[in-house]
Design a protein around this ligand. Structure first.
Ligand code: BGC
Length: 777
């Protein structure tokens, strides 16, 4: 029977709600608000806000629950603050809260904002959800190795869903800093060395975090970072300055930011570094000319943590007030954690140094983002749904697939891999062999799900085999990690010499007893990431010693690497038949590694970085320029006298358990008009015995022009699935976007009428070649 009474009642409620929302200009969650509606609401809010409340919106307050000894260790890294967070919120002194994942606390603070503060403006809760929240996905460098934007989008959608389940509504990603120096610890957080691949990953991450538009239920707003040039830190030392000429900035470092902005990212984070002597968080050229004017960004800029205050540390600002002034006028809307805006902007306005209009201009995009997110109408997470979201088994399935797809098979002599499941005994050796913590990587979150170690993964795969394990080596940082101090993690004490020897002997014995050895070497999670730069790329600790001792047993050895950067594996490349780069693969890492080792999954990852032979080669990247004495000259084969110029493994490289053959490279024409396009096609065939994906890569080179151009640049890629014996034609379009670059000669984007080379294949050394010309007639 139809219940007319309740239907009528429902219709009235719907009508009333529609009216209430339309009269306030508020969109339903997930539906875009028009620009006019948003502007009207922002204007109405600004007209009622006091100066103090406006400055509050420009302030992000840190909520780290530090113990006195941690605070002492951190020194003056964080500001002293005698006001409780609740009071800051109550007084309208916080636009955002940072670093809390406690859902009850988040909810309580949002209640204070919505019910006890005068303006009732909802808070943004920001947290670094970089590669997962409860379910940890592979680190971003690994995700880039998948060359699979859909996978990246899906993984970040899961991360967003889990984070938003506890009330987090803002993440500090994607991190898109181009990094060409593996010493820099933060290379792990981005997509590697290449702007084209980096842009594809940036776009995918933004779509994953934010959904179709801001306010999509179960998503969060993103923050593309660190604007800009941070990856070029001198000597790979974290936080060091960089000198980047404008052409490199525009052609190499900015494209991934542009991609994120074009994909609609809501916020941008300014970087710590001095760029060309001007700190990025006080850099008008970066934040106004490039970001707003040229890249068209309309959201808001948040500084990196403490970066506003640190303008003084840089020797740039005279005092905190000057720091606040210079950062705000340069274009930083929100001060992350340093309270410098909160403590100084008001007096700057009172003294007439800043106008209320300047403050309003800074507040406006923050309110806009909050309105577009639908936060005023939906400030709270649905706590009843949280547990089922956080424990959704589908998330683990995706994490396993992601980990499989990100691993790069570097070496596989005589089809050493996959291993047979009939093995009677395996030794899983190495300091990282049974680690659940390290396998999660650099932004593993405290409340992450329990991860599967390599040992557990191998045991699960071989229930009937004898699987032994031994550490064999010991790892720790020499200098403490900032992040460890913040999270209260005590540095490991190095093992005394005799115990270390004992561990090594145990490992060698275990290897001798086994049919096959899975040797798991690499880095601790805190050896990559922020404040985790290294001067050496050697295997840390006594791992090289362990490697050589295990190989000396004569047992078949496969080397599995868990790490956030390329390491020196030149010796291993000559002495170990199979090497699998597994990066930090996350929660399902151990299972995924076992899937690859024993052939339940086919490795398909491709390197997002050129892999150096030795630390002395860095910075190293494939898209360098050709200069005097080409290195492929018959007399001058290397630019060094002691090592080849080439990397150990090239960008884009990775093996599979099957083989792919490329043929029939065709162009739709030999010339194209400026602004026009041509088609490039190639046949790719699975010439091996099992199904798999190949990443078909297209590289271009401009032979002459107003400036020298890189020897090759990636301008297209497609993951292509093929059954054994199957052949497909893969097509690319090459046009203005692929052919243009920013020329320092004309200080503009140009497409030059010149001759171009094109190569298509499975990595950056692809040999199938054709050429064409851009010509006006
Ligand atoms: C890092 C950022 C991060 C921020 C907030 C900073 O130290 O450089 O990448 O988003 O902290 O945790």
């Amino acid at each position: 029977m139809i219940n007319t009474r309740s239907n009528t009642h429902r219709a009235i409620v719907v009508l009333l709600l529609t009216f209430a929302l339309s009269s306030s200009g508020a969109p339903a969650q997930g539906s875009p608000a028009s620009g006019e509606q948003v502007n009207a609401r922002v204007k109405a809010l600004l007209s009622r806000m006091s100066l103090h409340e406006k400055i509050g919106q420009l302030s992000q307050v840190g909520a780290l629950d530090l113990k006195p000894d941690q605070r002492k260790e951190l020194g003056d890294l964080l500001p002293e603050d005698s006001v409780s967070i609740e009071d800051h919120v109550r007084r309208g002194e916080a636009g955002s809260i940072l670093w809390t994942t406690d859902s009850a606390f988040i909810r309580a603070l949002q209640h204070v904002a919505m019910e006890e503060s005068r303006m009732k403006i909802p808070l943004l809760f920001g947290f670094d959800v970089i590669h997962g929240f409860r379910t940890i996905f592979p680190v971003p460098l690994a995700m880039a190795a998948s060359w699979d934007p859909d996978l990246v989008e899906n993984a970040q959608a899961v991360a967003a869903q889990e984070a938003s389940a506890v009330g987090i509504n803002w993440t500090f990603g994607p991190m898109v800093d181009i990094a060409r120096d593996a010493r820099w610890g933060r290379i792990v957080e981005g997509a590697g060395e290449d702007p084209f691949l980096g842009a594809a990953m940036a776009r995918a991450e933004v779509r994953g975090f934010q959904g179709q538009q801001l306010g999509t239920p179960g998503r969060v707003v993103g923050s593309v970072k660190h604007f800009a040039g941070y990856g070029a830190a001198q000597g790979g030392r974290d936080y060091d300055g960089a000198y980047i000429p404008e052409e490199q900035l525009r052609n190499v470092y900015l494209p991934p930011f542009k991609a994120a902005i074009d994909a609609g990212v809501g916020t941008v984070m300014s970087a710590y570094l001095d760029l060309n002597d001007v700190p990025a968080s006080g850099n008008r050229f970066l934040l106004r000319d490039l970001l707003r004017r040229d890249l068209g960004f309309t959201g808001f800029v948040v500084s990196d943590a403490m970066a506003v205050r640190d303008l003084q540390t840089h020797g740039f600002a005279r005092d905190p007030q000057d720091a606040a002034f210079r950062s705000l006028t340069a274009g930083v809307n929100m001060d992350m954690a340093s309270l410098t805006y909160l403590r100084n902007l008001e007096s700057l306005v009172q003294s007439g140094k800043l106008s209320v209009t300047q403050i309003d201009d800074a507040v406006r995009p923050i309110l806009e983002v909050k309105i577009r997110m639908g936060l005023f109408e939906h400030p709270y997470a649905d706590s009843s749904a949280a547990e089922s979201i956080l424990t959704d088994p589908e998330h683990l399935k995706l994490a396993r697939v992601a980990a499989q797809r990100t691993m790069v098979l570097l070496r596989n002599e005589d089809s050493f891999l996959p291993l047979k499941k009939a093995l009677a005994s395996v030794a899983v050796i190495g300091p990282l062999a049974d680690s659940e913590k390290e396998i999660q990587g650099s932004w593993g979150v405290e409340k992450a799900a329990k991860a599967v170690s390599v040992l557990e993964g191998v045991r699960a795969k071989l229930p009937n085999a004898r699987v032994e394990s031994a550490k064999g080596a010991d790892l720790q940082r020499k200098y403490p990690s900032l992040v460890d101090i913040v999270f209260g993690i005590k540095p490991a004490v190095p093992l005394p010499e005799d115990q270390l020897k004992n561990e090594l002997d145990k490992a060698v014995d275990a290897a001798r007893r086994a049919d096959t050895v899975v040797l798991v070497l690499g880095e601790l999670a805190n050896m990559s990431g922020e404040a985790a730069s290294r001067a050496s790329l050697d295997l840390p600790g006594n791992q090289q010693h362990l490697l050589e001792a295990v190989v000396a047993t004569g047992k078949p050895v496969v080397l599995v690497l868990l790490n956030g950067r390329p390491l020196n594996i030149s010796w291993a490349t000559e002495h170990v038949p199979a090497i699998l780069e597994a990066w930090f693969p996350g929660t399902e890492g151990g299972n995924a590694i076992a899937d690859i080792l024993f052939g339940d999954a086919n490795p398909e990852g491709k390197l997002p970085v050129s892999w150096p032979r030795t630390v002395g080669q860095v910075p190293i990247y494939y898209a360098h320029n050709l200069t005097h004495q080409p290195e492929n000259d018959k007399n001058f084969t290397s630019r060094y006298l002691d090592v080849p110029t080439s990397p150990l493994y090239p960008f884009g490289y990775g093996l599979s358990y099957t083989q792919f053959a490329f043929s029939n490279l065709q162009l739709s024409g030999a010339t194209l008009a400026p602004g026009g396009s041509l088609q490039v096609s190639i046949d790719v065939e699975n010439a091996g015995g099992r199904s798999g994906n190949e990443v078909v890569q297209l590289y271009l080179h401009q032979r002459a022009g107003s400036v020298s151009r890189p020897v090759r640049e990636l301008k297209g890629f497609q993951r292509t699935f093929l059954h054994p014996g199957e052949k497909k034609t893969v097509r690319f379009t090459v046009g203005k976007d692929e052919l243009s670059f920013w020329s320092p000669e004309s200080k503009a984007w140009v497409e030059e009428s010149e001759e171009f080379d094109v190569w298509v294949g499975g990595d950056s050394t692809a040999s199938l070649h054709a050429s064409f010309r851009v010509a006006s007639e």
